[in-house]
Structures are given as C-alpha cells and as structure tokens.
Design a protein around this ligand. Structure first.
Ligand SMILES: [Zn+2]
Length: 173
C-alpha cells in the first residue's frame, strides 16, 4: 500500500523542470539542451557524423588508450567531452561538449551575432561559449577570426558617425 503510493508520487509529481534538475545534479554534464533553442540539436547524432570525433572515441575505447588522450577527453552518455582539469578555485573537473565541425559556425553565430548575443569582443564571446559547456580544438583562433571578420561590426565602426546625426535629427523633428 505504502509502496504503491510512493510509486505514484515518483511518476506523477515531478514536472519536466524537476526531472531536468535532478538529471543534471546526478550527472556532471553541461546543460547542453537549455542554452538556446537554435542549439537544441541531436548532439550524439552530430558527433557520430564527425569523423575526427569518431576517431577520438574509438581510440578511447582501446585498452592502450594514450594517457594524454585520457587526460584530455572523456566519454559520457555516448558523448565526447573535453576535460578542463580542476584548479584551486574549482574543486571539480569541468566537462565541455566537443562540438562537431558541422556545428562550429552555428555556435559562433549563436554566441556572437544572434539577436541576443550582441557582437561582443573575442574574449567575451569565447567565455560565453565555454560557459555554455561547448568546446572544440581550434575554438580560440576560430572565435578570433569570426569576430575580426564580422562585416556588420566593420560597417558599423566606419559609418557610425555619419549614421547617428541624421537619425537623431529626424527623431526630434
Ligand atoms: Zn559583429
């Protein structure tokens, strides 16, 4: 009787939010699915389609997996993660999802030039991507290149003085 009641509660009481929080507290994985709607993609599938990620994952399954690889990467829930080792400030290792090549530009756009991202600088953009739990081997140089080559920013920087004045005048009139 008591057991039945308990069973009922476990199944019906927790809402989706509670389940997510519970899952996250049990698994030290980044919250890859609540970052933004445009990036709520099938990460396991996309990683499977990435040959570099697949090669890494296969090497990790081998008995003679190189120590360097084991220190850098780990597999959890069929996903490849990059390990950020614990420091004096952070007591635990952090795991960052290794982003497949097919998603690099989508991530850059989302954290730099999407409507909410706001074209911040190289350091801030990089920080945001890492905080979201994303990583790939040449992330840093790619962010640098992406931010530097932004056409919108280049245009704004050269034309801002000409654009501002007429707009203000029109607003007052
Ligand atoms: Zn820009």
């Amino acid at each position: 009787m008591r057991l039945q009641q308990y069973h009922y509660q476990v199944i019906y009481v927790p809402g989706p939010k509670n389940l997510a929080a519970d899952a996250l507290s049990r698994h030290p994985l980044p919250s890859v699915n609540n970052v933004s709607t445009s990036l709520a993609v099938d990460w396991p599938k996309l990683q499977q389609q990435d040959s570099h990620i697949q090669t890494l994952m296969m090497s990790m399954k081998k008995a003679k997996c190189p120590e360097g690889l084991k220190r850098t990467y780990t597999v959890a829930n069929d996903l490849l993660f990059h390990i950020i080792p614990a420091t004096r400030n952070k007591a635990r290792n952090r795991l960052l999802l290794v982003i497949p090549i097919s998603m690099h530009s989508a991530v850059l756009q989302d954290y730099y030039s999407s409507i909410w991202a706001g074209h911040f600088g190289i350091r801030k953009t990089l920080q945001r991507i890492l905080q979201a739990g994303f990583w790939w081997p040449d992330l840093h140089p790619m962010v640098k290149e992406f931010v530097k080559s932004c056409k919108i920013c280049q245009h704004t920087k050269t034309s801002i003085h000409y654009d501002t004045q007429p707009v203000l005048t029109l607003g007052i009139a």
